[in-house]
Ligand binder design. Structure first.
Ligand code: URA
Length: 250
């Protein structure tokens, strides 16, 4: 275990105060404190369509845009549209509540996610879970997905063609879940959901996607490499909390 960070401090406070307050009263000194991330081994757990912008069809003849989540997941499980399917162990469709009001979108599975078939279960995932908890949500209450559903080799960013072939699945997920707020984790979802570049400038700025409020923030993997930036991410996340009436009082 490493030193606790800002999110641990907030979660600890919320636990102590559980049931009594609806806000996280975290001192300035905590906000100004930035620690290295907690190192834990990720725990073990779970898990021929041609959908693309030009051919959004399942072999059954169903359009991706007409599928429900079960059909979509089955389609993703069998997807061979791009080269990423060749090296995957599992597809990684989503985690959490399909009726969630809050959705998080990352870039793509890493090694742990590929092994387990679930998004954000490795080190970055553990930090994301703590960020969610600090926001006074449980991980099971939110919906988590990625731009691409198969692991890019060596954790490289998805190539443009890979992302473009995969994105109809995610867009249908967004449509079906219909969250109130989407949090984009890093530059890759910023590029493919909003068509924008420049996460360092655009994080913390409200955007909109099909009538849904969108908040870009910094990717947890980046925060692991740059712990001082956790303060900036926490500022972004508090803006999202406010939408849900969860207020952080300084
Ligand atoms: N990083 C991501 O962007 N997504 C995951 O699922 C895991 C790590």
């Amino acid at each position: 275990m490493g030193k606790p960070d800002i999110f641990d401090e907030i979660i600890g406070y919320l636990k102590e105060e559980s049931g009594r307050v609806k806000y996280a009263n975290v001192s300035e000194c905590i906000l100004n404190d930035f620690f290295s991330d907690v190192e834990k081994k990720p725990g073990k757990s779970a898990a021929q369509a041609k959908p693309s912008p030009s051919t959004p069809f399942h072999p059954s003849g169903r359009k991706v845009s007409e599928m429900d989540l079960d059909e979509l997941r089955a389609t993703v499980n069998n997807c061979t549209l791009c080269r990423l399917h060749e090296s995957r162990t599992n597809t990684v469709f989503s985690d959490g509540d399909f009726k969630a009001k809050l959705m998080f979108i990352g870039e793509g599975p890493g090694r742990d996610e590929d092994e387990q078939g679930l998004p954000f279960v490795g080190r970055a995932g553990q930090l994301l879970t703590r960020m969610i908890n600090a926001m006074q949500f449980e991980r099971r209450e939110v919906y988590i997905a990625n731009i691409v559903k198969c692991r890019p080799p060596d954790n490289r960013n998805p190539e443009q063609d890979e992302a473009e072939l995969c994105i109809p699945y995610l867009k249908r997920q967004i449509e079906l879940v219909n969250p109130e707020v989407i949090v984009l984790l890093g530059a890759v979802p910023l590029r493919y959901i909003l068509g924008k570049v420049g996460i360092t400038k655009l994080h913390g700025v409200w955007h909109e996607y099909n009538g849904i409020k969108v908040m870009p923030t910094l990717h947890p993997a980046y925060l692991l490499r740059n712990p001082p930036a956790k303060k900036d991410a926490w500022e972004d996340l508090q803006k999202v909390m406010k939408v849900f009436g969860k207020v952080h009082k300084k």
